[in-house]
Design a protein around this ligand. Sequence first.
Ligand SMILES: [Zn+2]
Length: 78
Amino acid sequence: MKYNFKKTKYSSKIDLLVCPDCSEELLQVDIVAYSRCPFCDYEFLVNHELEDYLLQPAVNYFIDSHFSSKIHTGHILN
Ligand SMILES: [Zn+2]
């Protein structure tokens, strides 16, 4: 299965996943919870490509929220 991704205008870090069945544009969080399209109930097969997509925003969020604030305030934990 080849998945299509689409850039959003809201954030360069978030891509939308285009459902192969109903062509709705889904957020990463939509698929993390159920592994299914909320519109047509299409079941996503998590391949390497989809796995990267599902993990990457969480990694970005973690880095942003945990590390950038510590770097900015100068409190880096050992
Ligand atoms: Zn769908």
